[in-house]
Design a binder for this molecule. Structure first.
Ligand code: UD1
Length: 338
């Protein structure tokens, strides 16, 4: 298959690109580098031993996208491009709605005009909002999101469902990611957040590297086995394999499917800290602090539908995730900066 990856220089996208190339597919990347580096793509090519066409453009730029689709015949598109920082989305809602919705609308209009109607979309477990119960199933009613970032994912899911309802030639897979961590086992590509990390694992690796003094654990009075928040962490390479399976599925089916990508296992913040320390032999000092606004006690997936429809399930365990996250950080203290 010949596949377009929007936002293809990002964390999940580069790992997916690698697995697509390994499976014998070809890839074109469009990225505006607002939160990524060309170096990530260069290293992906190096790991794959294959070339990828890299186009610097904004997915909301209609003329640029028209040129991309005129130059290529894509079998499918994976739409990763989007702004993704929860806190920032609360401060800059218009920017988030404008960017995430415009890119999707322009992409889909261009796809339709060129007869390319197979799409895999990066959605998020954030669309479940504050869940009534776990594990989370795709057919559960979503009562509403807790921030504009989440709402953009929710709205895009609705837009894509509408597109499929209107035109049966479309095939869309909405992948609801749980909490991706880890990195490729080479330690050459990984997550490269700007500034102080918001998410747990990048924060832990920054503390382990000595760039931050300690981890703030956001609350230990949740209704969980040790009081700290429980999430469904999955290895980014498993997540990447899930995208390859989703592309295969989109080629063979039509309509719109929502599919969770998670392990089905919940780990607490302290489970992650303890595993990281044990696997890597490094101390991660932490301080228990107040809860973070908007956090919930427990989020984990029911991964049965992914297994049934895609034949996918996570293979890598928490030790793999902790080891690979640290190898990436240790080998690249400045991320993709030299
Ligand atoms: C967050 C986003 C979610 C997004 C996901 C991307 C919120 C409310 N949700 O999920 O929309 O899709 O990131 O991966 O922000 N924690 C600490 N100390 C820290 C950082 C985190 O204790 O410094 C705890 C949190 O309270 C939580 C767990 O670690 O219990 C995971 O947090 P995080 O990595 O930010 O992910 P989520 O909040 O699950």
């Amino acid at each position: 298959m010949h596949i377009l990856l929007t936002g293809g220089a990002g964390y999940i996208a580069t790992h997916t690109c690698l697995q697509l190339l390994a499976a014998g597919h070809t890839a074109v990347i469009v990225d505006n580098f607002v939160n990524s580096k060309p170096e990530a793509v260069r290293r992906t090519e190096e790991l794959a031993g294959k070339k990828v066409e890299l186009i610097e453009a904004d997915v909301a730029d209609r003329a640029a996208m028209e040129a991309v689709f005129s130059a290529h015949h894509f079998d499918a598109v994976i739409h990763f491009a989007g702004l993704k920082a929860v806190g920032e989305s609360v401060e800059q809602p218009l920017r988030y709605y404008r960017n995430n919705l415009d890119t999707t609308l322009t992409l889909c209009e261009t796809m339709a005009a060129h007869g390319c109607k197979r799409l895999v979309f990066s959605s998020s477990a954030t669309v479940y909002g504050v869940p009534d119960k776990v594990p989370l199933r795709e057919d559960m009613f979503c009562k509403g999101c807790t921030n504009p970032y989440g709402w953009t994912k929710y709205m895009i899911e609705k837009i894509l469902q509408g597109v499929c309802n209107a035109d049966p030639e479309w095939s869309v897979v909405l992948l609801r990611y749980f909490n991706p961590i880890g990195a490729h086992e080479s330690g050459r590509i990984g997550e490269n957040p700007n500034g102080i990390p918001n998410n747990l694992m990048p924060y832990i690796t920054a503390v382990a590297a000595g760039r931050l003094s300690h981890l703030n654990v956001y609350g230990n009075d949740y209704k969980t086995h040790d009081g700290t928040g429980v999430r469904d962490y999955l290895h980014v390479m498993d997540l990447a394999d899930g995208h390859v399976a989703a592309c295969d599925y989109a080629m063979a089916h039509s309509g719109c499917e929502i599919i969770n990508l998670g392990t089905g296992i919940g780990y607490s913040v302290l489970d992650i800290v303890n595993a990281f320390e044990r696997v890597n032999g490094i101390k991660v000092p932490y301080v228990i602090g107040p809860r973070r606004a908007g956090d919930v006690d427990m989020v984990y997936a029911d991964p049965e539908k992914a297994k049934r429809l895609l034949g996918w399930s996570a293979k890598r365990n928490l030790d793999d995730m902790c080891r690979d996250s640290w190898r990436w950080q240790k080998n690249n203290p400045n991320g993709y900066e030299a």
